[in-house]
Design a protein around this ligand. Structure first.
Ligand code: ADP
Ligand code: TRP
Length: 320
C-alpha cells in the first residue's frame, strides 16, 4: 500500500510532532511503500523568513533521517523540488467549488491566530490534495487536525473523476489516534505557535529545564493526585514502560510523591528515549551534503511518479 504524508518545516520539530505524527510515519514504512515529504510550499503560506525556511527544511530532513527514516525503502523529498504538484494544484483548483474551501476550519484557525489572509492559505487544501493525488496515495496518516483536508481531497478527486474520467486513486485517511494530543509546557496542545514545546533534539540540559516548567496544580507532596489530569503524567506515559506507568500511577494516587519527583523522572526518560538518535543527528549535521543528496535522489523518484499522473490529468482536461 502506498502511504503518503507531509510535514511542514515551520520550526524545530517537537515531541508533539513525534508522538502525534512522525513515529507512526516511521512505523508504517516497514510494511508499506512510504512517500514522505517536507511541505515547504505549504510552509510558505505563513510567510517565513527565507533563511528560516532554508534552515528548517534541512533540520526536518535531519530529524527524520536520525529517527530512522529508511531511504532504501521510503521515498523522501522536499515538496518544492517536485513543482509538478503546483501545476496539478491549478488544474484541481479549477474544479474545486469555493464553498468546499470556505468550510475548511484550518484556514479560519490560522486567520484567528493572526496570519494574514493570503490566497495561498485559502488554497492550502487544494495543494494538499494535489500532493496526495499526484502520487496515487492509498493511505494518508495524519493527526486529527488534518482530517478535513483529507476529506476535501477525496471530494476533489471524486469531482474530477466524475467530470473527466477515472484519473485519481481515492485515498483513505488514517487518523493517528493512539496519541490524541500531546500537551505542551503550559497544558495547551504542544505547538510551535504557542511557544510551549520540547524539541526532539534540543540539548539535554534544556530538556531538564523545560520539564521543570511544566504547569501542574498545587496539590502538596502528601496529597493524592489524579494522573489523568496531569500534564507531566501525560508526557510520562509516552516514554515510560508499562511497569513504570503502573508504578507512577500508584505513586500519584497514593500521595507522598511530589510533582517535582515526577518531573525529574520524566526528564530522565525523555532524554533516554531520544538518546540513541542524537548521535546520528549530530553526524548528519556535519554532513549536510549527504542530507541534500538524499533529498535530491528522493525528488527524482517522486518526480517520475508525479509526471505520469500529471500527464494523465492534463490529457483528461484537454491540455495535452
Ligand atoms: P504545530 O502545531 O507545532 O505547528 P504542525 O501543525 O506543523 O505542528 O503539526 C505537524 C504534525 O504533527 C501534524 O500531523 C499534527 O497532527 C502533529 N502534531 C502537532 N502537534 C501535536 C500535538 N501536540 N499532539 C499530537 N500531534 C501533534
Ligand atoms: N497540512 C499538513 C500539516 O500541516 C502537511 C501536509 C501537506 C500534508 N501536504 C500533505 C499531510 C499531504 C498529508 C498529506 O500537518
Amino acid at each position: 500500500m502506498r502511504v503518503l504524508s507531509g510535514i511542514q518545516p515551520s520550526g524545530r520539530l517537537h515531541i508533539g510532532n513525534y508522538f502525534g505524527a512522525m513515529r507512526q510515519h516511521l512505523q508504517l514504512q516497514a510494511e508499506n511503500e512510504g512517500f514522505y515529504f517536507i511541505a515547504d510550499y505549504h510552509a510558505l503560506t505563513s510567510g517565513p523568513k527565507p533563511d528560516d525556511l532554508r534552515q528548517h527544511r534541512l533540520a526536518v530532513a535531519m530529524d527524520y533521517l536520525a529517527l530512522g527514516l529508511d531511504t532504501n525503502k521510503t521515498v523522501f523529498w522536499c515538496q518544492s523540488d517536485v513543482p509538478e504538484v503546483t501545476e496539478l494544484s491549478w488544474i484541481l483548483s479549477c474544479i474545486t467549488p469555493m464553498g468546499l474551501l470556505q468550510r475548511c476550519v484550518g484556514y479560519k484557525d490560522k486567520i484567528a491566530q493572526g496570519l494574514s489572509a493570503n490566497h495561498g492559505l485559502f488554497a492550502y487544501p487544494v495543494l494538499q490534495a494535489a500532493d496526495i493525488l499526484i502520487f496515487n496515495s492509498n493511505l494518508v496518516p495524519v493527526g486529527a487536525d488534518q482530517k478535513q483536508h483529507i476529506e476535501v481531497t477525496r471530494d476533489i478527486a471524486e469531482y474530477f473523476n466524475n467530470t473527466y474520467g477515472e484519473v485519481f486513486v481515492i485515498p483513505k485517511e488514517h487518523i493517528i489516534a493512539s496519541v490524541a494530543v500531546v500537551p505542551g509546557l503550559d497544558g495547551r496542545k504542544m505547538s510551535k505557535s504557542y511557544d510551549n514545546t520540547i524539541e526532539i533534539f534540543e540539548p539535554e540540559a534544556s530538556v531538564k529545564k523545560k520539564v521543570m516548567r511544566i504547569v501542574t496544580d498545587s496539590t502538596p507532596v502528601e496529597g493524592a493526585k489524579d494522573p489523568d489530569k496531569c500534564n507531566v503524567f501525560a508526557l510520562l506515559k509516552l516514554v515510560a514502560s508499562q511497569d513504570e506507568i503502573k508504578e507512577w500511577d500508584a505513586k500519584y494516587r497514593n500521595g507522598g510523591t511530589g510533582y517535582g519527583q515526577a518531573k525529574k523522572k520524566l526528564a530522565e526518560l525523555l532524554i533516554e528515549y531520544f538518546r540513541p538518535f542524537r548521535q546520528k543527528r549530530a553526524e548528519l549535521e556535519q554532513n549536510l551534503d549527504y542530507v541534500r543528496d538524499v533529498l535530491a535522489q528522493g525528488a527524482e523518484k517522486a518526480k517520475a511518479v508525479a509526471r505520469e499522473t500529471l500527464a494523465k490529468a492534463r490529457k483528461a482536461v484537454g491540455l495535452d
